[in-house]
Design a protein around this ligand. Structure first.
Ligand code: SF4
Length: 297
């Protein structure tokens, strides 16, 4: 069997910066203790476990304003790479907490865009994943009634805005380019004058395009990534839907099932942008050792 390593794969610059910041904060004796992160710093349990070992407490739950109330007075809080709403920033400031913001610059750009469009009188159709922290943070930039979350084409019928008012369509950074194009087209069919701001980040686009290209030449694609990682799940999806090839997602080497590789002559391996390289290397190493595969770049 041949194993191909898909490039680019794994950590993007936003994830590198967020993890580096959290580790630096954990090691700085001048930073007030305890140190909390509002949600997973990036969506990967291995990364979260590493931070736990450094003494950082990860708070988990769907509402980050509510999570903030679990942080005791005088403590430190880190905002994740996914960004938080202005209400969370204001509350942390009002409580006098020490704050470190690991929001990815690409997410910050989307927040700025939403603020600008709202100030210009637009309502926002935000295309994103329900119950994911990035939409919660970004949509918090708009007043209630001026923003709606749309995940699928079926959601478009429920958009409450008057077609005669200005509408901006804004996307989450880690979506599938192909699915998003279909949802944008459905929104445009209802709101032909809507302005489109495709905010899918370059790291996400490049990983998806490389995975689809590589999938054309192999029997199976293995995506290494956490179940909560939006971009890892989208990598599986684009291989299946766009390239029409089988794909499996594993969180680590322990998830690999030898039965998947029976009769398979070629496999390509990629990783979501929040997956640490050692986890992906272990998966490639297993394939080499247990299937006798030849690894190629
Ligand atoms: Fe930033 Fe994109 Fe990486 Fe998310 S996937 S952290 S938006 S570069």
């Amino acid at each position: 069997m041949d194993v191909f390593k898909i490039t680019p794969r794994g950590y993007c610059y936003g994830v590198v910066d967020a993890v580096t910041m959290a580790k630096r904060v954990a090691k700085d004796p001048a930073v007030p203790r305890p140190i909390y992160v509002l949600g997973q710093i990036v969506h990967n349990q291995h990364v979260v476990n590493d931070l736990t070992e450094l003494g950082i407490i990860t708070l988990e739950g769907p509402n980050r304003l509510a999570l903030l109330e679990q942080v005791p007075d005088g403590a430190t809080v880190i905002f994740t790479a996914h960004g938080v709403s202005p209400a969370v920033v204001e509350r942390a400031r009002a409580r006098g907490l020490t704050v470190f913001d690991a929001t990815c610059p690409d997410v910050t750009r989307t927040h700025t865009l939403i603020r600008e469009r709202i100030a210009a009188g637009y309502s926002i159709v935000y295309i994103g994943t329900k119950r994911h922290p990035e939409p919660e943070g970004a949509m918090g930039e708009a007043p209630e009634g001026r923003v709606v979350l749309v995940e699928t084409e079926a959601d478009v019928a429920g958009i409450p805005f008057d077609p005669r008012t200005p509408i901006a369509i804004v996307t989450q950074t880690t979506l599938s380019q192909w699915d998003t194009a279909a949802v944008i087209a459905a929104v445009k069919a209802r709101y032909p004058d809507a302005e489109v701001y495709n905010e899918i980040c370059r790291a996400t686009q490049l990983r998806q395009e490389a995975a689809v290209r590589a999938a054309a030449d192999v029997d199976l694609v293995v995506v290494v990534g956490d179940r909560r990682s939006n971009n890892s799940n989208r990598l599986v999806e684009v291989v299946q839907k766009v390239a029409g090839k089988p794909a499996v997602r594993v969180e680590s080497v322990e998830d690999l099932n030898p039965a998947w590789f029976a009769g398979v002559r070629s496999v390509a391996v990629t990783a979501g942008s929040s997956t640490p390289s050692p986890i992906t290397r272990a998966v490639i190493g297993w394939l080499e050792q247990f299937t006798g595969a030849t690894v190629r770049s």
